[in-house]
Design a protein around this ligand. Structure first.
Ligand code: C2E
Ligand code: MG
Ligand code: MG
Ligand code: MG
Length: 279
């Protein structure tokens, strides 16, 4: 928005924007030290199959604890890391840490599950992606079917022919993909059917009012049916109540993820949660 305004147009240069860009600069600088100073950690949120209530996956979610600035939300720092190019190193750390963690859990006898890792558009388009992912899997000796890469619908639809080519390569290596925040982008259905994608993640904005809002009910039902006819699975994000879950089960949604089951948890708490859950 700022970039589109004319250079001589100072009407929009408010105090708020000045503060915002100072904060952005501060975060870009602080991000440079975040990896070497071990300020990142991963939290894990369970993904549960609606058919039998089993935990079948975990989404790895990045947390940044800065010594002075405190906890900074990925919603704030990921876009900044994407613009500054830092996302590549951070994303590699996330992938390696998540893959190693799952391998450790499997070796320790935790029930088999998939680890879902968010991929930024910058990582997805990077020519080194395939080599990086296979190297990380090899290093950890984790079979590729245990990894699922999440790409947002907006990122996938940014350049669909390019996305199709990358997805085909990942698929050849047995690596799964899901489309995150589905329903918030502008999917072209003719491209969607060409995507080598395992799962659509129904965005939480549709799930929130699913119990009362007829439009959201209709949208979620349509997404589940669309996925099913394309041979894809569905997972609903942001499930917080029993009545949301009941509706999703009735409509044939495959999996749920949300506070109703559990918030994202630090690794030891996640492991305890899985061990104490029915299986
Ligand atoms: P996302 O991938 O769509 O992740 C889901 C977000 O919803 C997470 O927020 C999660 O904590 C939150 N959530 C889960 N269940 C509920 C619920 O029942 N209610 C509500 N209100 N929220 C729920 P989080 O962890 O703050 O992450 C925000 C976004 O940041 C993620 O959205 C993802 O786009 C991005 N992100 C997080 N970690 C990474 C990462 O390692 N790499 C990249 N590229 N992006 C990441
Ligand atoms: Mg995600
Ligand atoms: Mg999402
Ligand atoms: Mg999101």
């Amino acid at each position: 928005r700022v970039k589109q305004a004319s250079r001589n147009d100072f009407r929009f240069f408010t105090q708020e924007m000045q503060t915002h860009s100072a904060r952005t600069l501060q975060l870009v600088n602080a991000l440079r030290h975040a990896l070497p100073r071990h300020e990142f950690e991963l939290h894990f949120q369970p993904q549960v199959a609606l058919q039998d209530g089993h935990i079948v996956g975990a989404e790895a979610l990045l947390r940044w604890r800065h010594p002075e600035l405190g906890m900074i939300s990925p919603a704030e720092f990921i876009p900044i890391a994407e613009d500054s190019g830092q996302i590549l190193a951070i994303g590699e750390w996330v992938l390696r840490t998540a893959v190693r963690q799952l391998k450790q859990w499997l070796d320790a006898g935790l029930r088999p599950m998939v680890i879902a890792v968010n991929l930024s558009a910058v990582q997805f388009r990077h020519p080194n992606l395939m080599a990086l992912v296979t190297r990380i899997l090899d290093e950890a000796a984790l079979p590729p079917e245990f990894l699922e890469l999440e790409l947002t619908e907006a990122a996938a639809m940014d350049d669909p022919p390019a996305a199709i080519a990358i997805m085909n390569k990942l698929d050849e290596h047995g690596i799964r993909m899901s489309i995150d925040d589905f329903g918030t982008g502008y999917s072209s259905l003719s491209y969607l059917k060409k995507f080598k994608v395992n799962k659509l993640k129904i965005d939480q904005s549709f799930v929130r009012d699913i119990s009362d809002d007829p439009d959201d009910k209709a949208i979620v039902t349509a997404i589940i049916n669309l996925a099913s006819s394309l041979g894809m699975h569905t997972i609903a994000e942001g499930v917080e109540t029993a009545s949301q879950l009941a509706f999703l089960r009735l409509q044939g949604c495959d999996e749920v993820q949300g506070y109703y089951v559990s918030k994202p948890l630090p690794k030891d708490q996640f492991e305890a949660f899985v061990r104490n859950s029915i299986s």
